[in-house]
Design a protein around this ligand. Structure first.
Ligand code: UD2
Ligand code: MN
Length: 549
């Protein structure tokens, strides 16, 4: 039977009795388990704020304090402080997950949690959740890496708490001598770890029931698989824990920001069961498991990256291109507090941009042009020496970015390949171009017109796809005779409202409804409409690059 029943003392004990006479390795694992026995049963039902992952309800005074702190902390510290450090959670796995028989000889895990000025309660709740919900024979250690925090509560009090709470050696605290930034902090944590597998977590997580075994089992089966648990949501206001299902994979924007997407149809077809790993083009970054030796073999992280950001896409591209795989494990669930800002100081530099330039230069070959289309400001920016990373790519004999796009992320929109046209969509009589006006493209937004910037602005780059979509990276122009204001919304691939045809002779862009894209009466910043085709200059368009197909 599997270890997912780890909170059932009797079962654990009888299994232990069965294996009593096994070899020395087994015996030492069992010793480890004895040490933990008193930590079993911590997930038993109890009452209190936030138990079973529920929301915390604050009184008026507490809520006032919480609101006053929210901007600085970026989460509800008052609510978090009210919740037990070992609160219970609802087990929200698919029922089939509980039936999986995991092998007995799984590798051991070092769980690495880096933090800088994390608050006490979310930090310690992360550690408690890991110790309480990991089978002790597989939990080699928890490495807490303090990236130079200066909050007083994280000083000697933390050492004392660890000493008083867990048996020696279970939770190891390592302190940085200077601020490392998250990338080098993870590397330092990795250097301190000695388990077979490393599992990285952010310092404001809660590991749920049975989270560890499926990760270890998959690495046992495939040592070059890099695995992410499903990242459940701990609400930053209420601290409630909610499952997010298992229906998303990671992608990216050409600006090299991470994005979530539904599981693509080719991947859905490949998988046989709901509990099977889901291959993902990228990872969010914070929560993943990797064979310790493989992590270093495949190039760990780029030490030239600073502070925060970009390392997640770098490791994603690298693992796939250099022969490994990146997978989401539906039966492994860990909650994370998603915060709208960082509650620690990072200085004023655009670290995400600079780190992303390093990864674009090393891994993206000619496709880096699409990154620079969004980040012209970085074209001449010095981001340090990248020759070591290029050598690594050569040494590991990694495949091209084109291979990655074609094989791992075929659904990714490449705005200037296999399309009818791309670039500015210009109305010559007014010299106005279609423009997103810099609005957030994760929402439904109108398409506006604006004085053409000569391609200097990514917000005026559109694609006319082979399927007749007038589109951006993730969204398509959408209109109808009854809703003639043209908006950008997610592409549905079904033509109709999202179908446009360009006529090179008349220069019109005609919508499926028979109406034409028109700038009549519009000035800078106003939304474009489809109207009765009139042959007037306000309906004439030039597409910047028309491809010969
Ligand atoms: C996401 C990732 C995060 C990281 C980041 C991109 C998830 C859930 N989170 O942002 O892990 O990959 O994208 O870089 O996938 N920290 C330090 N030193 C620093 C800065 C941060 O130790 O200089 C710690 C911090 O305390 C936290 C972790 O690094 O434990 C991640 O930072 P975050 O939670 O602010 O990042 P997040 O979740 O917004
Ligand atoms: Mn985080």
């Amino acid at each position: 039977m599997s270890h997912v029943l780890m909170n059932d003392k009797n079962r654990t004990r009888s299994k232990r009795a069965d294996s009593e006479n096994d070899n020395a390795v087994e015996t030492s694992k069992l010793k480890a388990r004895y040490r933990y026995d008193r930590y079993y049963g911590r997930n038993e039902a109890k009452d209190g704020p936030g138990e079973r992952g529920s929301s915390v309800i604050l009184n008026v005074e507490e809520q006032r304090k919480a609101d006053a702190l929210f901007d600085k902390e970026a989460f509800n510290l008052i609510a978090s402080d009210k919740i037990a450090l070992d609160r219970t959670l609802r087990d929200n796995r698919d029922p089939d997950c509980k039936k999986i028989p995991y092998p007995e000889d799984l590798p051991s895990a070092s769980v690495i949690i880096i933090f800088t000025n994390e608050r006490w309660s979310p930090l310690l709740r992360t550690v408690h959740s890991v110790v309480n919900r990991s089978p002790p024979e597989y939990l080699h250690e928890v490495v807490l890496f303090d990236d130079f925090s200066d909050h007083e509560e994280l000083g000697p009090k933390l050492e004392e708490y660890i000493k008083d709470t867990w048996p020696d050696g279970v939770v190891k605290l390592v302190r940085a001598k200077q601020r490392c930034g998250l990338i080098r902090a993870r590397l330092e944590g990795a250097k301190a770890a000695t388990g077979d597998v490393m599992v990285f977590l952010d310092s404001h997580c809660e590991a749920n029931e049975g989270w560890l075994e499926p990760l270890l089992a998959r690495i046992h089966e495939k040592r070059d698989a890099v695995l992410c648990p499903m990242i459940d949501v701990i609400d930053s206001h209420s601290m409630s824990y909610s499952g997010i299902g298992a229906s998303s994979v990671g992608g990216f924007w050409w600006s090299l920001h991470f994005s979530w997407h539904g599981i693509p149809s080719h991947e859905a077809a490949r998988r046989k069961k709901l509990t099977d790993p889901i291959r993902s083009p990228t990872m969010a970054g914070g929560l993943f498991a990797v064979d310790r030796k493989y992590f270093f073999e495949v190039g760990s992280y780029d030490e030239g990256m600073n502070m925060w950001g970009g390392e997640n896409l770098e490791i994603s591209f690298r693992v796939w291109m250099c022969g490994g795989s990146l997978e989401f494990i539906p039966c492994s669930r860990v909650g994370h507090i998603f915060r709208a800002s960082h509650p620690y100081d990072m200085g004023k530099e655009d670290w995400h941009g600079m780190n992303s330039k390093r990864l674009a230069e090393v891994w993206m070959d000619e496709y880096k042009r699409l990154f620079y289309m969004h980040r012209r400001d970085l074209i001449d920016k010095d981001v340090g020496d990248i020759s070591e990373r290029k050598k690594l790519r050569e040494k590991l004999n990694c495949k091209s970015f084109k291979w990655y796009l074609e094989n791992i992320y075929p659904e990714k929109n490449v705005p200037d390949e296999r399309v009818q046209a791309y670039g500015m969509v210009r109305n010559p009589s007014s010299n106005m171009c279609l423009d997103t006006l810099g609005k957030d493209e994760k929402k439904v937004i109108p398409i506006g017109v604006y004085s053409c910037q000569g391609g200097a602005s990514a917000s005026e780059v559109f694609t006319l796809s082979l399927a007749g979509e007038l589109r951006r990276e993730e969204t398509c122009a959408d209109a109808s005779a009854s809703n003639p204001n043209v908006v950008l919304r997610s592409c549905h691939g079904g033509k109709s409202n999202q179908y446009f045809k360009y006529d090179k002779i008349s220069k019109t862009i005609k919508h499926a409804s028979g109406l034409c894209l028109d700038t009549e009466g519009l000035s800078n910043g106003q939304g474009v409409k489809i109207k009765e085709c009139s042959g007037k200059d306000t309906q004439k368009w030039e597409l910047e690059h028309i491809l010969e197909i």
